[in-house]
Design a protein around this ligand. Structure first.
Ligand SMILES: NC(=O)c1ccc[n+]([C@@H]2O[C@H](COP(=O)([O-])OP(=O)(O)OC[C@H]3O[C@@H](n4cnc5c(N)ncnc54)[C@H](O)[C@@H]3O)[C@@H](O)[C@H]2O)c1
Length: 259
């Protein structure tokens, strides 16, 4: 194989962060990758959940799959996982979906230093650590797709569940994406962000049915995104057909914010 010859999905691995939670976008994304024939490496702070999902996907779709317990805010641990993936039976890494994230429903004047640091660490710095750890393998293989998770909160400001630290972190992800896209373009690696509006996942925890209904009613389409709809966008951006798209922010929000 020549350096720049694109590989087929079956010959490369998609790394997905944040797939352990049962209704998560990470889980839907990893499932979509596997369904399309990609090998998958799932990284989550919930290691057991990541390993269980990997087993499930290997069984259902017959692809190589592995789960790793890692906190993406620990750069040493992230580097260690990247080395383990490289040394594993998985094919070379061809895509990285930085999906793991946490919300911040706290009002601005109640945000203390620790909360600010944590929200930035998981949503922004974690994306940096994981991307830095896996990029060299993609550069070596001359094919790479990085998809970073932002949010409509970065563009229009936060809502009830996604106040200032979250919006700031997710806006940081857009800057990281744009700058890295330019730097990686000569390497044949694309870097894009996705910006979902509200999606029906576990991220909002013990929210009430009334709050969820009000959220859905505020969206022109009258409903939240499914995790699967967002996963489909990530997988499409990771494919060969999306090779000339880089540095962009792909909205997926049911018409709630038109940029
Ligand atoms: N659900 C929404 O409405 C919505 C909208 C826009 C953007 N997003 C973003 O999409 C992403 C996924 O959200 P979701 O709704 O699927 O959330 P979720 O809570 O259902 O899943 C998040 C996953 O990330 C993992 N995770 C959390 N902190 C981690 C860490 N430090 N290291 C490794 N893994 C960690 C969790 O264990 C979990 O499996 C997040 O970045 C979120 O900000 C969500």
């Amino acid at each position: 194989m020549t350096h720049h010859e694109p590989m087929g999905p079956r010959t490369r691995t998609a790394v997905v962060t944040g797939g352990a939670s049962p209704r998560s976008i990470g889980r839907a994304t990893a499932t979509r990758f596997a369904r399309d024939g990609w090998a998958v490496a799932i990284l989550d702070v919930d290691g057991e959940g990541a390993i269980a999902l990997a087993r499930e996907l290997a069984g259902e779709f017959g692809v190589p799959a592995a789960g790793y317990g890692v906190d993406i805010t620990d750069s040493g641990a992230v580097n260690d996982v990247a080395a383990r993936v490289a040394a594993s039976e998985l094919p070379p890494v061809g895509a990285l979906a930085n999906i793991a994230g946490i919300p911040s429903p706290v009002a601005f004047l109640e945000v203390d230093d620790a909360l600010w640091d944590k929200i930035i660490a998981v949503n922004l710095t974690g994306t940096f650590y994981v991307t830095r750890a896996f990029l060299p393998a993609m550069i070596d293989h001359g094919y790479g797709r990085v998809v970073n998770m932002s949010s409509v909160s970065a563009q229009q400001g936060g809502g009830v569940f996604s106040k200032t630290p979250y919006s700031a972190a997710k806006a940081g992800v857009l800057g990281l994406t744009r700058s890295l896209a330019r730097e990686m373009a000569p390497e044949g690696i694309t870097v894009n962000a996705i910006s979902p509006g509200a999606a029906d996942t576990t991220i909002r925890g013990d929210t009430t049915a009334e709050a969820e209904a009000a959220l859905s009613a505020s969206i022109p389409m009258g409903r939240q995104a499914t995790a699967d709809e967002i996963g489909a966008l990530v997988v499409w951006l990771s494919g060969a057909d999306a090779g000339y798209i880089t540095g962009t922010t792909q909205a997926i929000n049911g018409g709630s914010y038109i940029s």
